[in-house]
Design a protein around this ligand. Structure first.
Ligand SMILES: NC(=O)c1ccc[n+]([C@@H]2O[C@H](COP(=O)([O-])OP(=O)(O)OC[C@H]3O[C@@H](n4cnc5c(N)ncnc54)[C@H](O)[C@@H]3O)[C@@H](O)[C@H]2O)c1
Length: 281
């Protein structure tokens, strides 16, 4: 018996990357999945992969920023599968620089679009899911946040603000609907090597980001999907309102000291002993 036998899940942005890995993970454990994505052919390919593995899935091409399309997604999922128990709000807009820049330089249209997709789109999906989950006696929601929502950056202002707001939206939902047996948690990935991110980040940036992880290996969509599946399942029955980082330790340490440690390691032992006793360490 898989953990999601008899359950129906809606996964947004399920055509690629982390969302696709989540949809596959849920289907492999018996869940029936509404595969929603703005890219119809990507969603269809994910649905076909689930079907090829003897799972159950339904393709829905839609934009989470469009309230009517979101309503249609949930109506179709309910009609087709009989209800909704699980939701993964994974789809999001991210404009890597130069469009989403520092506060004085960013394009306001990008701010509006990012908020409309990431924050409002997530809210729209939650508003459709909650009554359906209440009708089924409860449910579980995971909102795909980001480490960017937990720390400052020199750019990506809109993206980071939208992800931080998604963390609070998750806490509000958990607070307001916990009594109805609905759990809601946010997952905050660090660097996860999806095909699209690989195409966007140059080698120099990838090296830089990896240098600030504590673990040597690169994060994979499957790593995030395993965490999402845990949070959606009854194994996490007493966990709600949390933001769970999955970042190889990127946010765990103070990079200033880690960089200092690297330079100390390259110095003679006598220098290293002096540096280790430096004030403030
Ligand atoms: N990859 C990372 O390193 C990383 C790090 C932190 C957070 N995240 C978050 O994880 C989530 C997935 O990221 P990914 O790297 O797998 O992305 P991706 O680009 O590989 O896949 C995203 C999918 O979402 C779909 N999508 C985009 N906008 C949509 C919309 N408006 N409506 C419906 N579908 C839409 C795309 O077509 C695509 O199939 C995002 O919320 C992202 O912010 C990713």
């Amino acid at each position: 018996m898989g953990r999601f036998e008899g359950k129906v899940a809606v996964v947004t942005g399920a055509g690629a990357g982390i969302g696709k890995a989540c949809a596959l993970a849920i289907a492999r454990e018996g869940g029936r999945v509404a595969v929603a994505d703005i890219d119809a052919s990507a969603a269809t390919a994910c649905t076909a992969q689930i079907a090829a593995e003897a799972g159950h899935a339904l393709t829905l091409a839609m934009d989470i920023a469009d309230a009517q399309a979101v309503a249609a997604l949930f109506e179709t999922a309910e009609r087709h599968f009989g209800g909704v128990d699980l939701l993964v709000n994974n789809a999001s807009a991210m404009h890597l620089t130069p469009r989403d820049r520092a506060i004085l330089d960013l394009d306001l249209a990008v701010w509006d679009e990012t908020m409309a997709t990431n924050l409002r789109g997530t809210l729209l999906c939650c508003r459709q899911a909650i009554p359906r989950m209440i009708a089924r006696g409860g449910g579980a929601i995971v909102n795909m946040s980001s480490c960017q929502g937990l720390s400052g950056d020199t750019a990506l202002t809109s993206y980071a603000a939208s992800k931080a707001a998604m963390n609070m939206l998750s806490a509000s939902l958990a607070t307001q609907y916990g009594h109805a047996q609905i759990r809601c948690n946010a997952v905050a990935p660090g660097l996860i090597m999806t095909e699209r991110l690989l195409a966007k980040l140059d080698e120099c940036m990838q090296r830089h980001l990896r240098r600030h992880q504590l673990l040597a290996h690169v994060g994979r969509p499957e790593d995030v999907a395993a965490l999402v599946a845990f949070l959606l399942s009854d194994d996490a029955a007493f966990i709600t309102g949390q933001v769970v980082c999955i970042d190889g330790g990127m946010l765990t340490h103070v990079p200033t000291y880690a960089d200092g440690g690297n330079s100390r390691a390259a110095r003679p032992a006598s220098d290293t002993a002096d540096a280790a006793s430096a004030p403030g360490r």
